[in-house]
Ligand binder design. Structure first.
Ligand code: NDP
Length: 254
C-alpha cells in the first residue's frame, strides 16, 4: 500500500538545496501542500516557486534555524496555523564537519553539528508529535551511511547521524503504529554538503579537496533527485529503513 499524499501537508527542513530541495519537488509532483524550512530565504523562495509550478497547491516558506529550539517550535506552529494539520515531518536539515579532533581550535566549535543534525531533529519532532498523532502521520529522518562508517575526520558528523538512528528507532517503539518512521541512510549524494566546503577550526568553512577526492574515488555518487524520489516512495509505503546495497560495500572497503 502506498499513501496518496495529494493535498497532504508535508514539512521539510533544509529545503533550500540538495536532497531537501528535491524532496520538495517530489512531494510537489504528487500534489502535497508544503512547508519549506531553511535559513537562506532567497534560495527557499526559488524552491517554493518551482514547487508550485510542479504541482503543489500551497507552499509556505519558513526562514528558520533548526539549531535553535525556539525556531523548531515556530516551524511547527506556523505550519499548523497555516494548514490546520501536519501529515509528514521530514527532518532533513544538516551540516557537515570534517576535521581531526586534535586539530579543532576550540572544542565548542563542534557543537553546531550536533545542535543542527541531532537536536534540530529531536526538537522539531517533539513539537510535531501531537499533530502527527492527530493525523496518524509520518516522520522521515535523514541519518547517513556515515552512522556506521568510521572514516577519519568525520567523528562528530558520524556521531550525530548514529545518534539519530537509535533515537528514532526508539521512538518507533514508543509510537507503535500511531506514527510511522522512515530512517534513511544515504551514501554519497552530490550536494552542497559534499562540494568540498566543511566546517573546521573556528567555525570557518574550508575547502577540503583531498577528502572529496577520496570519497568520490571509493563511493558510488548518487543524485539528489533520485535519492529524493526513493525517500518519498519509502515514506509513502511506511517503510522502516531506506538503504542502498552498494553503500554497505563502501562500509566493507573502509
Ligand atoms: P545540502 O547542504 O545541500 O542541504 C542541507 C540543507 O540543510 C540546506 O537546505 C540548508 O539550508 C539546511 N540547513 C543547514 N543547517 C540548517 C539550520 N541550522 N537550520 C535550517 N536549515 C539548515 O546537503 P544535503 O542535501 O546533502 O543534506 C541533506 C541531509 O542529508 C543532511 O542531513 C545530510 O547530513 C544528509 N545526508 C547527505 C548525504 C550526502 O552525501 N549528501 C549522505 C547522507 C546523509 P540553509 O543553509 O539555507 O539553512
Amino acid at each position: 500500500f502506498s499513501e496518496d499524499v495529494a493535498g497532504k501537508v508535508v514539512l521539510i527542513t533544509g529545503a533550500s538545496s540538495g536532497i531537501g530541495e528535491h524532496l520538495a519537488y517530489e512531494y510537489a509532483r504528487r500534489g502535497a501542500r508544503l512547508a519549506l524550512v531553511a535559513r537562506r530565504e532567497n534560495r527557499l523562495r526559488e524552491v517554493a516557486e518551482q514547487a508550485e509550478q510542479i504541482g503543489s497547491p500551497d507552499v509556505l516558506m519558513i526562514g528558520a534555524d533548526v539549531s535553535k529550539v525556539e525556531d523548531c517550535k515556530r516551524i511547527v506552529d506556523q505550519t499548523v496555523d497555516h494548514f490546520g494539520t501536519l501529515d509528514h515531518l521530514v527532518n532533513n536539515a544538516g551540516i557537515s564537519s570534517v576535521c581531526m579532533l586534535e586539530e579543532v581550535d576550540e572544542i565548542t566549535n563542534l557543537r553546531p553539528v550536533m545542535d543542527t543534525n541531532f537536536w534540530g531533529s529531536v526538537y522539531t519532532t517533539r513539537f510535531a508529535i501531537p499533530h502527527l498523532r492527530n493525523s496518524r502521520g509520518k516522520i522521515v529522518v535523514l541519518s547517513s551511511s556515515s552512522a556506521w562508517l568510521p572514516m577519519p575526520r568525520t567523528s562528530i558528523y558520524n556521531a550525530s547521524k548514529a545518534a539519530l538512528l537509535m533515537f528514532f528507532d526508539t521512538l518507533r517503539v514508543e509510537f507503535g503504529s500511531d506514527i510511522k518512521i522512515t530512517i534513511v541512510t544515504p551514501g554519497f549524494i552530490e550536494s552542497e554538503l559534499n562540494q568540498g566546503k566543511y566546517l573546521q577550526g573556528e567555525g570557518k568553512m574550508t575547502v577540503d579537496q583531498d577528502m572529496r577526492d577520496v570519497q568520490v574515488s571509493v563511493m558510488p555518487v548518487g543524485r539528489a533527485k533520485a535519492c529524493a524520489k526513493a525517500i518519498v516512495n519509502s515514506a509513502c509505503r511506511g517503510q522502516r529503513y531506506l538503504t542502498e546495497p552498494s553503500w554497505f560495500k563502501v562500509t566493507y572497503i573502509w
